[in-house]
Design a binder for this molecule. Sequence first.
Ligand SMILES: *Cc1c(COP(=O)(O)O)cnc(C)c1O
Length: 224
Amino acid sequence: MNNIKNNINVLKEKIQHLLKNKTELKKVKIVAASKNQSVEKIQIALLSGIYNFGENYVQEGIDKIKKLKKNNQIIWHFIGKIQSRKTKLVAQNFDWCQTIDREKIAILLNKYRTSKKPPINVLIQVNISEEPNKNGVSIKNYQQLAIIVSKMTNLKFRGIMALPKQTQGKIQYRDYQDVKNIFNVLKNQYESVDTLSLGTSFDIKTAITYNSNMIRIGKSIFHN
Ligand SMILES: *Cc1c(COP(=O)(O)O)cnc(C)c1O
């Protein structure tokens, strides 16, 4: 499992290198996408200085959250497709939900987040490549959803998440520019907005070029 520590060091160096040429971006948060990864591997990543973990499946995520309860410095993100019947569990167990894509989800998350906990941090997922049957709110409707999300007292509206499509492995730069523009618009509209969650193992460089400040990394952290 030494590879995880090494992978993380390589990743951090890569990010530092990419940030050297940027003036408007100073930090990029790494969220380890830990779906299908064991608790032991998560602990190694934690010891290597990763504190944010993203889970795609509610029950798998909650099992890990329970097992790692003692590590209270971990910040848990839900990054999977969210079903309305699972929103209660997400609201009760996670620190972030990155995949709000419709009003109903926002209402239920707000309803089930206990006021004993701080508001859950939320991102609106935008279907940036306008792919049919893909997760995320359409570009036409993100403003409407932002109004609703920003009004909910148990939600803290932090920004947007996107997963641009790659066509035959090729990066579609237009989509990244669109994400960047939407983020800037929202940042100017809402004081709480500070997070652009964009970039996975294959497009780290492009994401940071377009001002992503939160990348969700699975393969590049956990590969052998
Ligand atoms: C799995 C996953 C990632 C990480 O992708 P890698 O290619 O493994 O880095 C990022 N975001 C979401 C939503 C994911 O499901």
